[in-house]
Design a protein around this ligand. Structure first.
Ligand code: NAD
Length: 474
C-alpha cells in the first residue's frame, strides 16, 4: 500500500490498479488489456483570454481514453484541481462506465483549470467558447467523434455556449446539435437529463437495498425507507440524489457542503437546508441541526448510507477506518482512493462503485444524442396513438364489466408517455439491469468479492468483446 496523503498520488494509477485487479479474472491476453487500459489521445492546450485589462493564459485538457466505440463521451469540468492525470483517470472511468450500462461510446473527459467562482458570466462564456474552438481545431469535438457533457462546475448554460460555438463553426453539419449533451431543452436537450445522474444514483442504491440477503449481511433490513443517509455535495448530482432518497422515505441525517455540514439524527428537510444556505450564504446554523465546521469530518458521522457527490479522493487512508456508513454509494467520480477501498472492503462496507452508480448521466446523454440524431422528440409519434388506445381499452372494460372506472384512475391510465416518462423509464431499467449484471459477476466469479472488481470485470469483458468484433483480436 502506498502513501496516499502525499501530492504524488496518481488518480489514473488508482483507476489502473482497480483495472489490473479485475483483469486477473478475465481471459484476454496482456496486449489487449494494455490497449483497453491506455488513454488513446490526449489534448493539452493553453490559450489566452482577455479578463478585465489583463490577458490570462488558460490551461485546459480533453482526453479520449478509448476509441473502441465512437463517439467518445464524457463531461467537462471547471476546477482548480484539473490536471492531466485527473482528466485521464476520469476519461478511463467513462469508458468502463459506458460499457457497464451498455451505452455504445468510448470514454473521454475534458477539464479547464479555473475557479469558476472568480469569473463573471461573460468571462466564463469567453473561456468556454474559446475552449470549444480549440476542440474544433484539433477535431476533439463532433457528433461522431467526441461529445462532451456537464460535469463538476458546468451545466446546461456552458453546454449551450458549446453547441452554439460548434454550430457556428460547422454551419453545414445537419447533426451539429449532437456535438454535446446536457443542453437546455430549447437547444436540443432532453427532458430528465438535469436530474439523471442523481436519480440514477438513487435507482442503483435502491436496487442494492432491495436484496434482503445482502442487507442482512450488513445488519440492515431491505428497502430504502427509514435508512439514514448522508450526502456530500449539494450540486447537480448530490441534490437530485438526496431529493430522490427523501421522496422514497429515507432520512437525510447529514448534508455536507464545502464550507461545513449540518447533521440531525431525526432528519433534515433538503429544500429547507438549500433555501437556508441560499439566504445566509452558508449551510451553518440550520435550525434544529448540529453544525459541523470541518466538512470532511461530517463524513464520519453515523448513517447507513453515505453518498459522496462532490470531488474525488475524499475518503482516503486517513479517514477510511472512521467511516460509519454500511453502504457507500459513489455518486462522485473516484471519491474513495485505492487504499481506502481496500480498508473499507476489509471492514465489510458495501461500496457501490462510481463506474456503475453515476452512469445515469451518460445513459440519458445517450438518449439526448439519439434524439438529436433523429431530430424528433421522444413520444411525439406515439403519444396520441397510445392515449386513444388506452381510452378504447377503458371503454371496453367499462362496457363489458358494467362498472364505472373512477375519474382519478382514468386520469392515471389515460396518459400516453411523455418524453420525460420514457427517459426515466429507460434510466431506471438501465440501472436495474446493470446492477443485476454486476452483482451476478460478484456471486459467480470465484475470487471476486466486491462490486467494483465485478463492475471492472463486466466492463473489460464487454470492451474485449468489442475488440474481438473489430477484428483486432486475435
Ligand atoms: P456540481 O458542480 O453541480 O456540484 C458539486 C457540489 O459539491 C457543489 O455544490 C460544491 O459546492 C460541492 N463541494 C465542493 N467541494 C466540496 C467539499 N469539499 N465538501 C462538500 N461539498 C463540496 O457538480 P456535479 O455535476 O454535481 O458533480 C459532482 C460529482 O459527480 C463529480 O465528481 C462529477 O465528476 C460526478 N459526476 C457528475 C455527473 C453529472 O451528470 N453532472 C455525472 C457523473 C459523475
Amino acid at each position: 500500500m502506498g502513501n496516499e496523503s502525499s501530492n504524488d498520488y496518481s488518480f489514473f494509477e488508482g483507476v489502473s490498479r482497480n483495472f489490473d485487479k479485475a483483469a486477473a479474472f478475465t481471459n484476454y491476453p496482456s496486449g489487449i488489456l494494455e490497449q483497453i487500459k491506455a488513454c488513446n489521445s490526449i489534448l493539452r492546450v493553453r490559450f489566452p483570454v482577455k479578463i478585465g485589462d489583463d490577458v490570462e493564459v488558460i490551461e485546459a485538457y480533453r482526453v479520449q481514453h478509448s476509441h473502441h466505440k465512437l463517439p467518445c463521451k464524457g463531461g467537462i469540468r471547471f476546477s482548480m484541481e484539473v490536471d492531466q492525470d485527473e482528466v485521464m483517470a476520469l476519461a478511463a472511468l467513462m469508458t468502463y462506465k459506458c460499457a457497464i450500462v451498455n451505452v455504445p461510446f468510448g470514454g473521454a473527459k475534458g477539464g479547464i483549470k479555473i475557479n469558476a467562482k472568480q469569473y463573471s458570466e461573460y468571462e466564463l462564456e469567453k473561456i468556454t467558447r474559446r475552449y470549444t474552438t480549440e476542440l474544433v481545431k484539433k477535431n476533439f469535438i463532433g457528433p461522431g467523434t467526441d461529445v462532451p457533457a456537464p460535469d463538476y462546475g458546468t451545466g446546461a448554460r456552458e453546454m449551450s455556449w458549446i453547441v452554439d460555438t460548434y454550430t457556428t463553426l460547422n454551419p453545414n453539419e445537419v447533426n451539429a446539435q449532437a456535438c454535446v449533451t446536457g443542453k437546455p431543452i430549447s437547444q436540443g436537450g432532453v427532458r430528465g437529463r438535469t436530474e439523471a445522474t442523481g436519480l440514477g444514483v438513487f435507482f442503483g442504491v435502491r436496487e442494492a437495498c432491495k436484496i434482503a440477503a445482502d442487507m442482512e449481511a450488513l445488519g440492515l433490513s431491505a428497502g430504502i425507507e427509514g435508512k439514514r443517509v448522508i450526502v456530500q455535495g449539494l450540486g447537480n448530482v448530490g441534490y437530485h440524489a438526496a431529493k430522490a432518497f427523501q421522496d422514497a422515505g429515507a432520512l437525510l441525517v447529514g448534508l455536507i457542503e464545502y464550507e461545513g455540514a449540518v447533521y440531525n439524527p431525526s432528519g433534515l428537510d433538503l429544500d429547507a437546508v438549500v433555501a437556508h444556505r441560499k439566504q445566509t450564504g452558508s449551510i451553518h446554523h440550520f435550525a434544529g441541526a448540529e453544525t459541523i465546521l470541518d466538512s470532511a469530518q461530517a463524513l464520519e458521522y453515523p448513517c447507513d448510507i453515505l453518498i459522496p457527490a462532490a470531488l474525488e479522493s475524499v475518503i482516503h487512508e486517513g479517514n477510511a477506518e472512521k467511516i460509519q456508513a454500511k453502504i457507500i454509494g459513489e455518486a462522485a467520480n473516484g471519491p474513495i482512493t485505492a487504499v481506502a477501498d481496500e480498508i473499507l472492503n476489509h471492514r465489510g462496507v458495501l461500496i457501490i462503485p462510481d463506474i456503475y452508480l453515476n452512469a445515469g448521466g451518460v445513459t440519458v446523454s445517450y438518449f439526448e444524442w439519439l434524439k438529436n440524431l433523429s431530430h424528433v422528440r421522444y413520444g411525439r409519434l406515439e403519444k396520441r396513438f397510445s392515449d386513444d388506445m388506452y381510452a378504447e381499452i377503458l371503454r371496453l372494460i367499462e362496457s363489458t364489466s358494467n362498472q364505472k372506472i373512477s375519474k382519478i384512475e382514468k386520469k392515471i391510465i389515460l396518459r400516453g408517455p411523455d418524453e420525460v416518462d420514457l427517459v426515466y423509464s429507460g434510466l431506471e431499467d438501465t440501472m436495474i439491469g446493470a446492477y443485476q449484471e454486476i452483482r451476478d459477476i460478484r456471486e459467480r466469479v470465484a475470487g471476486v468479492s466486491d462490486l467494483r472488481t465485478a463492475a471492472f470485470v463486466c466492463a473489460i469483458n464487454k470492451i474485449g468483446e468489442a475488440y474481438e468484433e473489430l477484428g483486432i483480436f486475435p
